[in-house]
Design a binder for this molecule. Sequence first.
Ligand SMILES: Nc1nc2c(ncn2[C@@H]2O[C@H](COP(=O)(O)OP(=O)(O)O)[C@@H](O)[C@H]2O)c(=O)[nH]1
Ligand SMILES: [Mg+2]
Length: 328
Amino acid sequence: MGTEFARLDHRETELLRLFRRKGKTEASASRTGALWSRSIGALFRRTDLDDDFWDELEESLIVADVGASTTMELLDALRTRAAELGLKEPAAVRGILRDEMTTRLRTTSGGKEFSDDMDAAILIVGVNGAGKTTTIAKLAHTAKANGQKVILAAADTFRAGAIEQLQTWGKRVGVDVIAHRAGGDPGAVAFDAMEAAKARGANLVIIDTAGRLHTQANLMDELKKIRGVVARQAGDFDQRVLLVIDGTTGQNGLIQARAFTEAVACDGVVLTKLDGTARGGIVLAITGELGLPVLFVGTGESLDDLAVFDPDEFVDALLPEPAQETPG
Ligand SMILES: Nc1nc2c(ncn2[C@@H]2O[C@H](COP(=O)(O)OP(=O)(O)O)[C@@H](O)[C@H]2O)c(=O)[nH]1
Ligand SMILES: [Mg+2]
């Protein structure tokens, strides 16, 4: 199903290929799937395609964390197509919702691809506790296991213990970590990491950053500075910014995320803790409201628990084809 839609316009690059882990998106979306089955799935078993149906669908999508404006867009599209096709039953709308979701999730607004040869410097941004450092460890682990030379940069010099946390991961994974003292200049850490990467022939530099400073303006200024340093030192390295969002924080997480997209141009989102939330509808809100592709999902706390986000698996988890649906 779904081959009629244009594929997500990412080249199948080396870095993404490493994380294309079949079944992970669907399995980690099971809690969200259970919620959708109880609320939205149940609506499609009704007999009348009436105002009540549309109202309740709207309410259910909002409860499922799809976000108000994305919900409105979805409903408009569904009602228009249902009218065009002369649909009479809720069951028939189900397939249209699947199509709309799949199309939206495959569409990205200009997120740049990762380079094929994988020489990349990736800046990881997001609020405290979102899962930045854990995601970095996961990226490093799999990249290293596949023969890549990885350097990590401990540019969260603000939060107590952040440097040690990254160093501990670095040891466990077996990759170099460039670090300065706590409270130091994160731009200088990024500078040294880029120099070290060139000197040591690394192909992947991943830069950890702070999630909170004295003020938000402070934090955003600092991120812009780090980004500037990376840009000046990049040489042959492709630069990417990944925004890490905690899937359990819902619409609130989305509001916080917007501050980051305004400060530094982000290429895509890592949605963490998809395994721990029933609020996975946030994926639709992220693509709809931030206009960013969800590139990776965090599917648990261990090093292998990071996967390329698979829109088809995700839609299957939330709204299975009727034949796949398990009753009850
Ligand atoms: N269940 C689950 N927990 C996660 C995931 N990613 C991160 N975590 C947990 O979230 C917490 C905060 O992660 P951390 O990387 O320190 O966040 P940071 O402050 O953004 O660097 C830790 O307890 C992680 O184990 C995920 O995909 N699934
Ligand atoms: Mg951290």
